[in-house]
Design a protein around this ligand. Structure first.
Ligand SMILES: [Zn+2]
Length: 287
């Protein structure tokens, strides 16, 4: 029996670290420690346990298997306040799952699921929110963007003194405007759609996009499973301004040198230069 070492990939983009493992049908989990979020939980690798916010895109087990373990193991280690943000339709089934696991383990684990819908924000910490948006996969699915929110002084008040600003504020004048800086957007699993219409996806510093299939004869499989095929990428990425686009959820059959060649073929250079695979070939290649 061949033993394959398990290892998370690591990518740095400016001040953000992406730590993840993503192979279709096997496991998908991407941790961003600086933002205290993990996009999908996969089988819950050790590195995900200390992250307080799980942004769960959908219920397929390669994305969600570790949910019960996450809460149980955090309880065991005395780590409180974990929360899973998930599509509203999945909250009840997940509650039932936790109830069943409590019966199996012999004791309940504290847990919290927050039901989200398109456009809903959840405050991760002051000045940082997770926003859910609709995606197009099988069953109930969501994507998430993590957005830094700042309040900047309005241009017209730039020259005012501190006391003047305090006085204006006291009179109820809006002296600041809300500015959103999207940091990471994650599409989860999805069929082809135009996500660049969403500013927090289009402008995110990092965009995590699944690209499950590369073979020409796998197009029908992509359609049936509501996944992306490499030939869908030009349309999906058109108009995006992301500094880095990270491809996830490739199948283990994917031959990465060949996949890179295909990317060169289908994507304009301006887009291609921003694209990276999350996983390296030695962790994806088939036996
Ligand atoms: Zn799926």
């Amino acid at each position: 029996m061949k033993v394959r070492p398990y290892q998370l990939s690591q990518i740095k983009v400016d001040g953000l670290t992406l730590l993840g493992y993503s192979v279709a049908g096997e496991e998908s989990v991407v941790i961003v420690p600086e933002l205290d979020v993990v996009f999908d939980i996969g089988k819950c690798p050790r590195e995900a346990l200390r992250i307080n916010h799980v942004l769960l895109s959908h219920g397929h087990m390669d994305h969600a298997a570790g949910v019960a373990y996450y809460f149980s193991q955090r309880d065991f280690q005395g780590i409180a306040n974990g929360v899973v943000l998930v599509s509203k339709a999945l909250v009840t089934p997940l509650e039932r799952l936790m109830e069943a696991v409590a019966g199996v383990e012999g004791h309940p684990s504290p847990h919290k699921f927050v039901g989200m819908g398109h456009g809903d924000d959840y405050e991760i910490r002051r000045g940082l929110v997770a926003r859910a948006f609709s995606t197009h996969h099988l069953g109930s699915s969501l994507g998430f963007a993590v957005i830094e929110v700042r309040h900047k002084l309005r241009q017209e008040f730039a020259g005012r003194t501190g006391p003047e600003l305090v006085a204006l504020k006291a009179r109820g004048v809006e002296i600041t405007r809300r500015v959103e800086l999207p940091l990471v957007a994650y599409l989860g699993d999805t069929a082809k759609a135009n996500y660049s219409e969403l500013p927090y996806v289009r402008e995110a510093k990092v965009l995590l996009v699944e690209c499950t299939f590369f073979d020409a004869d796998h197009l029908s499989r992509a359609r049936a499973g509501r996944h992306l095929h490499v030939t869908d990428l030009p349309a999906v990425l058109e108009g995006t301004k992301n500094e880095r686009i990270v491809l996830t959820h490739v199948t283990r059959r994917t031959h990465l040198p060949e996949a890179r060649r295909l990317l060169k073929q289908v994507l304009p250079a301006e887009v291609r230069d921003r694209v990276t695979f999350l996983m390296s070939w030695k962790h994806v290649q088939e036996d």
